[in-house]
Write a protein that binds this ligand. Structure first.
Ligand SMILES: [Zn+2]
Length: 144
């Protein structure tokens, strides 16, 4: 699920990358202003392993909700095909096409989640990135 929000640098009020793509997403939890180089923290994006249980559950809820919504593509295609080929628009057609849409969207959503999880954990293996997260107090150093 995407929401488009214009965010500004808290320091110089310059627009940061114009838009935010994913709402409650897995990703880098800050952005550096290109104008004044100030770090701006995001409260809606974080690495999976840095999200708390509530944030993880909310993220999973959003993924399940969007999967259920996007599964409607199945019946839309099936109804279009039924209209085109003169098939009977039965409840069974709706049920089968929605089930197919749900299966496909579950596979897509799971694949996207696993890809995001993998890149998130790759970022967290970068010491420079860890140092920046510590500096922004987004994580605490384990050895201090
Ligand atoms: Zn700035």
């Amino acid at each position: 699920m995407s929401i488009y929000v214009q965010r500004r640098c808290w320091n110089c009020k310059e627009i940061l990358h114009g838009y935010t793509h994913d709402y409650r997403a897995i990703g880098v939890p800050f952005v550096q202003c290109e104008s004044c180089l100030t770090y701006n923290r995001y409260d809606h994006i974080n690495e999976w392993d840095l999200k708390n249980t509530f944030e993880k559950l909310r993220y999973i809820g959003v993924v399940i909700w969007t999967t259920i919504l996007y599964a409607m593509i199945g019946p839309i295609i099936a109804l279009g095909a039924a209209q085109l080929f003169g098939w009977d628009k039965s409840n069974r057609l709706f049920l089968y096409s929605y089930s197919a849409g749900l299966l496909i969207m579950t596979i897509v959503s799971t694949g996207l989640f696993l890809a995001d999880l993998r890149t998130s954990r790759e970022r967290l293996r970068d010491q420079h990135y860890i140092d920046t997260l510590c500096k922004l107090k987004l994580i605490r150093r384990r050895d201090s």
